[in-house]
Write a protein that binds this ligand. Structure first.
Ligand code: HEM
Length: 170
């Protein structure tokens, strides 16, 4: 079971994060250009893109009655904790909707969860996004969303990018 968890934990999460990364860069040529000119920024860019596109909402089954911030949760309740919103909290981040590759590091993230079940694949996930950026941008520096199409996104435990049509010239 642990191995199944490990394999499946890294599938839709990374695929979606790559989708959100590609969508963001397709829509933001100045950010793209910055990464091409200053590849040293890729490290911060990964954290910042993950912060902005938090991706995950963790599901929990309440095992005992508890009050949290004035809300009573009952044993047996099922809740979905919107981790994805953590990075968009303007009490924690200045201009949270803006992706800013010069934000000071480390950037605190909610996307990988917290506590006993914090994502053990976070290092691999970051590495996969890094490889994507380092391999894609030098080869395909100028790309955009195909005119007349819209990315198809979904919400849920893992927010997804189901369809993203990109175009570029050779
Ligand atoms: C951007 C990519 C990823 C995101 C956003 C992400 C997010 C998360 C989150 C929020 C949790 C906590 C779930 C909970 O508390 O219920 C988690 C757990 C987990 N993740 Fe990831 N993950 C990513 C990539 C990966 C990768 C690449 C792997 C492995 C190859 C992986 C394996 C796991 C496993 C095995 C758990 C369960 C840990 C436990 O229950 O103790 N994840 N992940």
């Amino acid at each position: 079971m642990a191995l199944v968890n490990l394999l499946f934990g890294g599938l839709d999460t990374v695929a979606s994060m790559l989708g959100f990364t590609a969508r963001f860069l397709a829509q933001n040529p100045r950010h793209r250009q910055k990464l091409i000119e200053q590849p040293d920024l890729i490290k911060t860019a990964i954290e910042e893109i993950i912060r902005r596109h938090g991706l995950t909402n963790t599901a929990r089954l309440v095992t005992g009655d508890v009050d949290i911030g004035g809300v009573t949760l009952k044993a047996g309740d099922q809740i979905l904790v919107p981790n994805a919103l953590y990075g968009l909290d303007d009490r924690k981040f200045d201009r949270p909707m803006e992706v800013d590759f010069s934000r000071p590091m480390p950037i605190p993230l909610g996307a990988f969860g917290a506590g006993a079940h914090t994502c053990p694949g976070a290092v691999l996930a970051r590495r996969e996004i890094k490889v994507f950026l380092e391999e894609w941008l030098p080869r395909i520096p100028d790309f955009s969303i195909r005119p007349g199409t819209r990315p198809v996104l979904s919400a849920g435990v893992v927010q997804g990018v189901h369809r993203l049509e990109l175009v570029w010239s050779k």
